[in-house]
Design a protein around this ligand. Structure first.
Ligand SMILES: O=C(CO)COP(=O)(O)O
Length: 128
């Protein structure tokens, strides 16, 4: 059974946290289709070679916007986005646009490991 498409995105300061989070869920992540921005997806693939990861462009090169387009087209089921709140980003507008679209479309979104647990639970066992 495939429980839908889940996007994984992490800023550089948060990539280790994303790898740790994915490592805690291992087999459960095999039940979703993982979509990721370029560098985040690379880190997931190198650490967990048995997970299938669809890698988009890197965030600053349009990856955030690609994920935003998937949301707008109803083509994504959840977003886990570990945002670095302490560093200025050249693509800050893209980050804001992505989180804004997740809110507009009421897409389950998590920005921390504990809420990411909740989003994955929701995808694997949606409420009736
Ligand atoms: O910049 C990002 C999200 O805004 C993430 O992109 P990368 O996964 O390519 O580092």
């Amino acid at each position: 059974m495939n429980a839908g498409k889940l996007a994984l995105v992490a800023h550089d300061a948060c990539k280790e946290k994303m790898v740790e989070w994915a490592g805690r869920h291992g087999d459960r992540l095999k039940k979703v289709t993982i979509i990721a921005t370029g560098t985040t997806g690379g880190r997931i693939s190198e650490n967990f070679p048995d997970l299938d990861v669809v890698r988009l462009k890197s965030g600053p090169l349009g990856g955030d916007q690609q994920i935003g387009a998937m949301i707008a087209e109803g083509n994504l089921d959840g977003l886990i986005f570990f945002v670095d709140p302490l560093s200025p980003m050249p693509h800050d507008v893209d980050v804001k646009a992505l989180t804004r679209l997740a809110i507009v479309y009421d897409l389950p979104m998590a920005c921390s490991p504990s809420t990411a647990d909740a989003v994955l639970d929701y995808l694997l066992d949606p409420p009736a």
